[in-house]
Design a protein around this ligand. Structure first.
Ligand SMILES: Nc1nc2c(ncn2[C@@H]2O[C@H](COP(=O)(O)OP(=O)(O)O)[C@@H](O)[C@H]2O)c(=O)[nH]1
Ligand SMILES: [Mg+2]
Length: 235
């Protein structure tokens, strides 16, 4: 298990210009209680923005980040979800094909940490067995922290998670390195296991994990969506 949140890599560099072709596309879903900070984390990671106002997320949506990582052109999709109980079953449709799942909780709210067990169950039931799961403590800028690092370690160990991350969308602390840590873990696994062909045929442990996209922009859902959202990248 990856222990540290400061696991960024110099071999991973953010790119802001759309690639002509992409080597790998990974999907990461962000789940957790309503108000825990999922949308804010994604907004900070993608646009480097933060908004104090709270707008409930209803429909799932994804933002993408582009990287040059380990000499590959990589797209990381961050899928936002709704944390409300009544939308839980709808959320599950977004789990399909996720290479990574971020179980995010508000570190000042014990309840949101306790809910991670439920979110983990949803992830395990609806994602591929190879999906990498990370526990993410959000809002680390707030002084009244109620969930200790040791509790995170225990949860992560007991559930054999891939890593723990600490972020503040407000200050931006830990956000960049968290994203890079996730990507590094996904790519490390890919490099070690070399499942390119198996994954592309759906035999891999996580279906989109390491799927090589030989860019034909007209083919594939991911690429069409990417094109549609191209204008949204303002970095
Ligand atoms: N202090 C602080 N507040 C945050 C942080 N992240 C989110 N918030 C606030 O928490 C509320 C819920 O955030 P949001 O991202 O919408 O939560 P979501 O329901 O999980 O998507 C909003 O009012 C945000 O401004 C953070 O890192 N620090
Ligand atoms: Mg939201």
């Amino acid at each position: 298990m990856m222990e540290s949140s400061a696991d960024s890599s110099e071999e991973i560099k953010r790119e802001c210009t759309e690639f002509e072709y992409t080597d790998y596309t990974y999907k990461a879903i962000v789940v957790g209680s309503s108000g825990a900070g999922k949308t804010s984390l994604i907004r900070r990671a993608v646009d480097n923005r933060f908004d104090d106002a709270y707008t409930i997320t209803i429909a799932g949506d994804f933002s993408k980040l582009l990287f040059l990582a380990f000499h590959k052109r990589v797209k990381l999709q961050l899928w936002d979800t709704c944390g409300l109980e009544q939308y839980r079953s709808i959320n599950k449709i977004y789990f399909k094909g996720a290479s990574a799942a971020l179980l995010l909780f508000d570190c000042t709210q014990k309840e949101s940490f306790e809910a991670c067990g439920e979110w983990l169950r949803d992830v395990r039931e609806n994602c591929s067995p190879g999906t990498r799961v990370f526990l993410v403590a959000a809002k680390t800028d707030l002084p009244e922290r109620r969930v200790l690092h040791e509790q995170m370690v225990q949860f992560a160990r007991e559930n054999e998670l891939s890593g723990m991350l600490e972020v503040s969308a407000k200050t931006g602390a830990g956000v960049d390195s968290a994203v890079k840590s996730v990507l590094k873990e996904l790519m490390r696994e890919f490099v070690v296991a070399k499942p390119v062909v198996a994954a592309a045929k759906g035999k891999g442990t996580a279906k989109t994990e390491g799927v090589k996209k030989k860019l034909k922009p007209s083919s594939g859902k991911t690429l069409r969506q990417t094109k549609k959202r191209k204008a949204a990248c303002d970095c």
